[in-house]
Ligand binder design. Sequence first.
Ligand code: LLP
Length: 425
Amino acid sequence: MTKNYIFSNHDTVKLAKKYGTPLYAISEDIIRDNANGIIEAFDKQNIDYEINYAGKAFLNMTMCKIINDLGLSLDVVSGGELFTAYEAGFPMNKVCLHGSNKSISEMKMAIEYNVGKIVVDSEYELKLLNDLCKKAKTKKNVFLRVSPGIEAHTHEYVQTGRVDSKFGIPLKLVKSLFEDNKDLEFVNIIGLHCHIGSQIYDERPFLITSAIMLDLMKELKANGHIINELNLGGGFGIPYLKDDSIFEIEIYLDKLLEAVRNKCKENGLDIPKLIVEPGRYIIGTAGITLYEVGTIKEIPHTRKYVSVDGGMADNPRPALYNALHHAIVANKVNFSEEDEELVTISGKCCETDTLISDILLPNPVAGDILAVLNTGAYNYSMASNYNRLPKPAVVLLKGDKDEVIVERETYEDIVSKDRVPSWYK
Ligand code: LLP
C-alpha cells in the first residue's frame, strides 16, 4: 500500500485535496519548536537578550499572533509589515522598524504607532527622523545600522554587511557621525546594529563581527557615547538539502558569549544587551509547498521535465539565487529506490522556471502531489502574480487542526486594482 507524506501530523495529500494546490502549509508546532530552541539557548547564557523575529521571511496577521504568543519582538521593514503588526494587535513597543530607505510616511507611521525602536540606516535618515520626532513632540530610541565590512560565506545577493553595500553606515564613518550629530535632541541612540547576510552556517563571521562592533563601542565610549545594546542581526542557516549542515544555535551562542565576554573585558565594557533577528531559522523548516503534477515531457537523451501547477511566482528563490530545495512525491513516500528516476521539476510560468533540477523521484505521473520542503521562509513573502497567477492559500497546521490563514487569491482579486481609463469606456 502506498503511503502519504505526513507533515506536522497532517496527511499532505488530504491537505492538497481539501484546500487545492499550490498550497503553502505552515506548521505552528515547528515554528514554536524553532523559536523555543533559540529562547532556551539564550536563557542558558544568563544575559539580557531580545529575539526579534524578522517579519520579511513570512508575515501575516496570524504570524504576528504566534510571534507575540512566543514572547518575541518583531522586526518590520516597511509600512505594510508595520500595518500588518498593528492590525494584528501586536504590542507596538516590541516592534522595531528597519529599512534601508524608509519613506517619510513610514517613519511618521512608526512615530504615530509609537514603535519601540527604529534602526536608522544613514545620517540623512537620522536627521530626518529627528525632525519628524521634533514635529511630533516625541523622542525615539534608535539603533544605528553599521556596515561592518564582513563577507559571510553565502550567496552574494544576500550578503549585506560587506564594505560595498547599500546597507548601513560604513564602519569608518560611525564615529564622526556620532560627533557631528550629538546635538540631535529627539533621537536617542541606544544601540548599534549589524547584519552580515542570510543562510549562514558558519558561526565564525558572526564572532568576527561581534569583535568589530565591540571595538567600535569602545571607541565610542572613549568619546563619551555609551551604547548599551548590540543587535547582531539574523542570518542563521537552515538545511535545504538532506546533507546540508545545521546551524547549532546553542554552540553558536556558547562561542559568541565567550567571545563577547572576553572582548568586553578587554575593552572595559559592560556586556551589552544582545539582540538577534532571525527570520528563516524560525519559519523556514516550518513550511512546505504542495503542488499537483501536470504535464510530463521526456526530451530524448536530455531530461524529463515534470511540471507542477506553481513555480517562480510562488517560489522565486531558485530563479533568483539558484537556491536548492528538496522535494518528495507526497502520495508515494514508500516507493522503492528502483522506481526512482532523475527528473527536473519545472513551474508553469512562461519562462524556464526550474524549481529543482535533477532530483530522484519515484516515477512521477500527472495527478501526483509534490511536496517541496522547507519553503516557509521567503516564499509566501516573496510571491508575485507573475503571469497573473493568483497567489496560493496559506494553511496553518497545529496539532491535528488545520485552518486557512491567508485565502487563495481569485481571478477577481487579480483584476480588482485594474482601472480602465475613460477613453476606453
Ligand atoms: N535582519 C536584517 C537586517 C535582514 O536584512 C535580514 C534578512 C534578517 C534580519 C533576517 O535574515 P534571516 O535570519 O531570515 O536569514 N530572500 C532571501 C533572503 C534575504 C534576506 C534579507 N535580509 C532568500 O530567500 O534567501
